[in-house]
Design a protein around this ligand. Structure first.
Ligand SMILES: [Fe+2]
Ligand SMILES: [Fe+2]
Length: 370
């Protein structure tokens, strides 16, 4: 994939897209849309990030950079004989719609990382920071490109060049980028490896070849998460001050609940994989929380009696807001307001669950172990 120019779907694919009743304009619009639940594009204070001094974590930093430089996944993101033929036209229509939605959303999230990391590399002058962000941008470009190849087979590739220009960018201070991106990288790892292990045990439920690529893939996400863990360790206040701990709690709540609501919008997709969504999400939260003990001194108690009921409340609330938007008019507006209040209540109920405290280890680095 050429991330400089982005890509257009080849013309020859359009007949397939017609058969599916969806096209590359539709998927690009899906990726460009900014809602509370869609993956966002971020921008930050690149100068502040460029001033980060990694000497406090030098040994661990150099080891991580050496590993990224060795590029273990250099030839992984290429279709080979394992890439089975996909019968897009024969796929059950609801499954097809949800699966395309899953691929578009994953591609947007991967590409969002690519855009942010590449911009940091471009603007920075700190060799440590530039080198790291260069390798991470390289990986995310491959990930987004590989997903887009899968979409291209269906004639619905996202126009990434257009997306870069048209998508709204959300500004986050560097420390919020650390919290949010650290979590999304580690969650990405936990999601990919959980699906991979499940399909390894149940290969008959692997309805698309892309899942075979998830094991090596998730190792990239794991090391990206490691990088943000080290960046947070360059300034101990980021994970120890009272205010920052409240922020970490906020991001844990927001990232976990968004994932829960988003996954529940794709019942047919998870059913085809043979995965119970609530089981899968709890599994991903459990792995992510265990990993995050490397750097966060607090975690959400996901076995607390208020946890699941309020996630379900938020899921229903978002459904209600969606229905209100579709309905329109005064009644639709009222539905949206009630849904919004319900979601806020659910969020607050989760945010105030007493957290589990721990002391992060002296050495931050971890290896993928699931
Ligand atoms: Fe990625
Ligand atoms: Fe990543």
């Amino acid at each position: 994939m050429n991330v400089q120019t982005g890509e257009l779907a080849p013309q020859s694919d359009t007949h397939m897209a017609d058969d599916l009743g969806i096209d590359t304009t539709t998927t690009t619009a899906m990726a460009t849309e900014t809602t509370l639940l869609n993956p966002r594009f971020y921008t930050t204070d690149f100068e502040e990030l460029d001033r980060v001094d990694v000497s406090r974590v030098r040994a661990e930093w150099d080891a991580l950079i050496a590993q990224m430089k060795s590029d273990p996944n250099k030839s992984h993101f290429k279709k080979n004989a394992d890439w089975d033929q996909v019968d897009w036209a024969g796929m059950e229509p609801t499954l097809r719609r949800e699966f395309i939605d899953f691929l578009v959303s994953s591609c947007t999230a991967e590409f969002s990382g690519c855009v942010l990391y590449k911009e940091m590399k471009r603007r920075g002058s700190n060799p440590d920071i530039c080198e790291l962000f260069n390798y991470m941008a390289r990986d995310e470009a491959r990930h987004a490109g590989f997903i887009n190849d899968a979409l291209r087979e269906a004639g619905v590739a996202v126009n990434l060049g257009f997306l870069t220009r048209a998508k709204k960018y959300t500004y986050f201070r560097p420390k919020f980028i650390y919290y949010a991106t650290y979590l999304s990288e580690k969650i990405g790892y936990a999601r990919y490896i959980t699906i991979f292990r499940h399909l390894e045990a149940n290969p008959d439920q692997r309805f698309h070849p892309i899942f075979k690529w998830f094991r090596e893939w998730c190792n990239d996400e794991f090391s990206h998460g490691e990088a943000f863990a080290l960046l947070m360790r360059t300034d101990p206040k980021l994970t120890s001050s009272f205010a920052n701990k409240l922020w970490i709690r906020f991001f844990l709540t927001a990232v976990y609940s968004t994932m829960y609501v988003r996954d529940h919008a794709r019942p047919a997709f998870h059913q085809a994989l043979g995965v119970d969504i609530e089981w899968y999400d709890q599994e991903v939260f459990r792995k992510t929380s265990a990993i995050a003990r490397q750097v966060f001194p607090i975690e959400i108690d996901i076995d607390h009696p208020r946890w699941l009921p309020n996630l379900r409340r938020m899921r229903d609330a978002f459904g209600q807001m969606d229905a209100g938007t579709r309905q329109g008019g005064l009644a639709g507006w009222a539905k949206r307001m009630v849904g919004g209040a319900k979601a806020a209540y659910g969020f607050a109920a989760i945010y105030t669950i007493p957290v589990i405290k721990s002391t992060p280890p002296v050495n931050v680095r971890l290896e993928p172990s699931y």
